[in-house]
Design a protein around this ligand. Structure first.
Ligand code: NDP
Length: 452
């Protein structure tokens, strides 16, 4: 049997290889390191996990697709963007994971998201593998017609790689139901197939699941509530800071209000809003979803209870709970120290990898309950999988059926993470619990299916 120092040396060597073979992919290095750092106890406990090449096969994506996306703007100018689809691991089911359209997108970001997705999808207990995609296209400030032409060009290449039994994309930053509609239309046109299960996040009425738009935010609030229950507390009366003002943030705010908490912030890339009376969700949705405006407009219209802080970060506002719901690495060491000083009890990640490794360490050392994204925000992909089930059986579930199922899945994920952490000697450490529980499920399937 290999000794403990040898195992950690082997994992450190593997990480060095990841950095060498994937240069400049910093977010991918970060996501891989976090998982590798958690795996020691699982490898020590089960000899089959020390199978040479197992972890290496989980690290290396099954397929990486990069393509050109040319499109014309409203003035007739031609733009050329880059499209990505990383088909990471299909041991548990078809590749599944969203598409991100944002100017910051590059190969390293899509690989980190795809890698996280593999373990997240495993945690749901459903039959979905992991993948992720997107483009460096910036939809902000573009007309509907420009977004449509971009989506059509993107799908003109992507269609040959996806399918309901192969790879099933969905939304992420910059990709909501409008973009999914244009993408689905072009797929249907090219393939001449009405294949509902090829994309999720479709609108209700033509194959979309009720509660899919709400699922990530709702699920994260349920995960935060479960962590609080473990400590004999409840959401009722707790003040919460939420970052972002997109899909995840809006439904996080909605669920917090429904469960008696008081969300007081939202943000976008220009700054944040703090509202002493609590966020007025109707006003925020009008500005963000109907007008596609900025959060500064919220402060202008809301009156004296709200102010806009240009360039600031929501973490400076004192709160019991923090729910980062915008983007990766938005909550750093300084922000964590401020949250701790202000008495935060729980941090639950709606976004993917929003908390830097140092910040996670600080929060955990201070005894703050910390819910990692691959567990806490898994509600979105879980309901996407329920959308696939509805498409396959040509049925539409009622909203309360989907919501009950989402609540059951989030409870299961919470309990699985807690029990796994306990089993491996790290009670209350949801990061270790999520990484090992996700790893166990995928690793068992990969081992059973041979060296492929
Ligand atoms: P949206 O595009 O709907 O909203 C993103 C929000 O985050 C916007 O307010 C945006 O502000 C802000 N934001 C994005 N990038 C940056 C940046 N670089 N700096 C500052 N603010 C930024 O995306 P979603 O709500 O769908 O996604 C939010 C997060 O949740 C992402 O990390 C995503 O991967 C994760 N997630 C999403 C799921 C889903 O179902 N949609 C599922 C699981 C995780 P601005 O408009 O100024 O750019």
């Amino acid at each position: 049997m290999t000794s403990r120092p040898d195992r950690s040396t082997a994992l450190a060597h593997l990480h060095a290889e990841i950095v060498r073979r994937n240069p400049a992919e910093h977010e991918f290095h970060q996501a891989a390191r976090e998982v590798l750092d958690s795996l020691g106890p699982a490898l020590a406990a089960r000899s089959e996990y020390r199978d040479p090449g197992l972890v290496e096969r989980l690290i290396e994506p099954e397929r990486q697709i990069i393509f050109r996306v040319p499109w014309q703007d409203d003035q007739g100018c031609v733009h050329v963007n880059r499209g990505f689809r990383i088909e990471y691991n299909s041991a548990l089911g078809p590749y599944k994971g969203g598409l991100r359209f944002h100017p910051s997108v590059n190969l390293g970001i899509i690989k980190f998201l795809g890698f996280e997705q593999v373990f997240k999808n495993a945690l749901t207990g459903l039959g979905i593998g992991g993948g992720k995609g997107g483009s460096d296209f910036d939809p902000q400030g573009r007309s509907d017609a420009e977004v449509m032409r971009f989506c059509q060009s993107f799908m003109t290449e992507l269609y040959r790689h996806i399918g309901e039994y192969t790879d099933v994309p969905a939304g992420d930053i910059g990709v909501g139901s409008r973009e999914i509609g244009y993408l689905f239309g072009q797929y249907r046109r090219i393939t001449n197939r009405w294949e509902g299960g090829v994309l999720t996040g479709k609108r209700a009425g033509w194959g979309g699941s009720l509660i899919r738009p709400e699922a990530t935010g709702y699920g994260n609030v349920l995960f935060a509530e479960a962590m609080l229950h473990e400590r004999g507390e409840d959401l009722e009366g707790q003040t919460a800071v939420v970052s972002g003002s997109g899909n995840v943030a809006l439904y996080t705010i909605q669920k917090l209000i429904a469960l008696g908490a008081n969300p007081v912030t939202c943000s976008d890339s220009s700054g944040y809003v703090v509202d002493e009376k609590g966020i007025d969700l109707e006003l925020l949705c009008q500005i963000k979803e109907v007008e596609r405006g900025r959060v500064s407009t919220y402060a202008e219209r809301r009156g004296s209870s709200a102010r806009f802080v240009p360039g600031g970060r929501v973490w400076e506002v004192p709160a019991d709970l923090a729910l980062p719901s915008a983007t990766q690495n938005e909550l750093d060491e300084d922000a964590a120290a401020t949250l701790i000083r202000n008495g935060v009890k729980a941090v639950s990640e709606g976004a993917n990898m929003p908390t830097t490794p140092k910040a996670v360490q600080l929060l955990q050392q201070a005894g703050v309950a910390f819910g990692p994204g691959k567990a806490a925000n898994a509600g979105g992909v879980a309901v996407s999988a329920l959308e696939m089930t509805q498409n396959a059986s040509r049925t539409t579930w009622k909203a309360d059926q989907v919501e009950n199922e989402l609540a059951r899945i989030m409870t299961d994920i919470h309990n699985t993470c807690a029990e796994t952490a306990e089993r491996y000697g790290s009670p209350g450490d949801y990061v270790t619990g999520a990484n090992i529980a996700g790893f166990e499920r995928v690793a068992d399937a990969v081992l059973a299916q041979g060296v492929i």
